[in-house]
Ligand binder design. Sequence first.
Ligand SMILES: [Zn+2]
Length: 246
Amino acid sequence: MGEERRDERGVREARDAREGAQEVGGSWGRSVRPEEAEAWEALVATARRTVSDGLVVGTSGNVSVRVGDTVLVTPSGVPYDRLTPEDVTGVDLDGGRVLGSLVPTSELPMHLAVYRATDAGAVVHTHAVHATAVSTLVPGLPLIHYMAAALGGPVRVAPYATYGTQELAENMLRALTDRTACLLQNHGTISYGTTLDQAYDRTAQLEWMCRLWLTAASVPGLSPTLLSEGQVAEAGERLRGYGQRG
Ligand SMILES: [Zn+2]
């Protein structure tokens, strides 16, 4: 056992040196609670899914999940396939570190802003290619499909601000008013949900809708028909009805 542990540490040290993971020095605060260990496992699985489904390349996105007053979040600079149970990274709602020894994602201000302003249980941020492309073309995703209703209505684009800044977090919150997802201009997507699966699914739906609009809008000589806000609102009422029955 002792040798195994030393080997693991050796591998980790080599990995950290290789991948540029930042250690803040020593573990922070308390030990990991069982529900946090479980949530971390689900967070890592979701983060890996964003890569395997093509929504994220390398470490260009980040995922968080809330457990009580603690927010578990992907650390900066560690590829998701290398995250282990020991890498649990947790902060409080003010961003103070409470768990782990790795530096949290640089997009922490956006994640925390969502938790402070909404009842979110999980947040997913990506640089998905079609969504990011749309964010450079229009101030909002045109109403190409009624599934916009599943995100609360027409999807807005938050004006550009430097990544990791409070300004970006504020722009994002305005774009998220009455919505569960938005685009970030020349940057990517952010969405939230009650669970990691719901936040992930909303991201995937948003990327799909952006791809749909780009596909339809790229046919020479034709432009796509769009839905009215009323039609999307009506779909939203039906979707809520389906939710109750289901
Ligand atoms: Zn980003």
